[in-house]
Design a protein around this ligand. Structure first.
Ligand code: GTP
Ligand code: MG
Length: 364
């Protein structure tokens, strides 16, 4: 009995020490939460939320670990291959020859516009839905090794199409297929074909393929390559950083329809929501590059998709119109809404916007 009592008092003492520790931790967390600014990155899929999170890592000096770079490397290769599949299909359907040079070989205007429209949709339609943070992986699978490459083929061939299709249909990257893939699309003007606004812009595809030829599997993506990489978010990730002695925590949530049910628990004690919209997706064309934009606005006038838009079909008018559409949705005038136009993949531009956002939050 005596033994029992003494055991109980030891247990009680231990329990109360643990309780005290827990209370202390909760108090500390509450104190630190008091000076924490919580932000959510929300918006539909492929609007640039994860890109902004990557930018925050760069801007606040956190950067990417070598494991992260390896994951992005796999994602980039898979992105390129998936885009290439669409590209090769488009070239076949529109009868655009390999070796096509957009400057010297003028396509007929309707053919060119149709092609531009087709390739500008690559980002929206052809990204492999299986490229998620969980599934990106490299495999040296040799099942497809027997594919015979038609290296010296000129012009579009069924065989070439089939080869790209088989290389890209797997849910993982066949690393040993990269050099073959590089040869396969050697005949087309990659920069033009991929454009500057697709999931992986042409310049990056070109750089990656040439790096691959030079360094084989040693290719490590740069920060800019990583900003262009597309990995669909299925896991919430966050980043913490300090601004003027205040801790910011930013959550990146998946924007695909199936992911949006995960948003609800994150609304507690949120200071601001950064809601991202891809302005180009009014019909899946790009707004960022002035020259291309203006061409594409001609192909796909805003009024066709938004009949209430009555202004001249210009970039400025359309931007102003979309901004008004969003501001009108605010049902709570005491809650302020600010609209910023930016390009999430451009670190300089995005850091200016984020500085303004921080300023607004801290002065409220
Ligand atoms: N051209 C252009 N591309 C962008 C921009 N922002 C993001 N991208 C690209 O668009 C693709 C999708 O961007 P993400 O940041 O992964 O999109 P997300 O909103 O996180 O998408 P989910 O995770 O599915 O919700 C990536 O390949 C980015 O590089 C932009 O402002 N301009
Ligand atoms: Mg994302």
């Amino acid at each position: 009995m005596g033994q029992c009592t003494s055991d109980q008092s030891v247990e009680n003492r231990e329990a109360s020490t643990i309780n005290r520790d827990i209370d202390k931790r909760i108090k500390l967390e509450q104190e630190s939460l008091g000076s924490t600014v919580k932000l959510l990155l929300l918006g539909a899929g492929e609007t640039g939320k994860s890109t902004v999170l990557k930018q925050l890592k760069l801007i606040h000096g956190i950067g990417f670990t070598s494991d992260e770079r390896k994951t992005f490397r796999s994602a980039i290769i898979l992105n390129i291959m998936t885009c290439a599949k669409t590209l090769v299909k488009a070239m076949a359907e529109l009868k655009i020859p390999y070796g096509y040079n957009p400057v010297e070989d003028r396509l007929s205007d309707p053919q060119r516009l149709q092609y531009e429209k087709y390739t500008s949709r690559i980002s929206a339609t052809s990204v492999d839905r299986n490229v998620t943070s969980q599934t990106v992986q490299i495999s040296s699978d040799t099942r497809l090794n027997s594919i015979e490459m038609d290296k010296h083929e000129n012009g579009v061939s069924e065989k070439r199409l089939e080869t790209v299709a088989s290389i890209t249909q797997c849910n993982f990257v066949l690393e040993n297929k990269i050099p073959e893939f590089a040869r396969l699309i050697e005949g087309c003007d990659i920069t033009f074909c991929f454009g500057s606004e697709n999931v992986v812009p042409g310049e990056i595809v070109e750089a990656i393929l040439s790096a691959w030829k030079d360094s084989g599997a040693d290719f490590i993506p740069t920060d800019q390559d990583i900003l262009a990489a597309r990995i669909l978010t299925t896991r919430v990730s966050d980043i913490k950083f300090m601004v003027q002695d205040i801790q910011f925590v930013v959550y990146d949530l998946g924007g695909q329809r199936s992911e949006r049910k995960k948003w609800i628990p994150y609304f507690d004690s949120v200071q601001a929501i950064l809601f991202l919209v891809a302005i180009s997706s009014y019909d899946q064309v790009c707004f960022e590059d002035n020259e291309t934009n203006r061409n594409k606005l001609e192909v796909s006038p805003v009024q066709t998709h938004f009949p209430s838009f009555t202004g001249a079909n210009t970039f400025e008018n359309a931007s102003e119109y979309f901004s008004r559409q969003f501001l009108c949705l605010n049902k709570f005038p005491e809650k302020k809404m600010y609209v910023h136009f930016t390009w999430a993949t451009d670190t300089k531009q995005i850091s200016k916007v984020l500085a303004t956002v921080n300023h607004i939050i801290l002065s409220d």
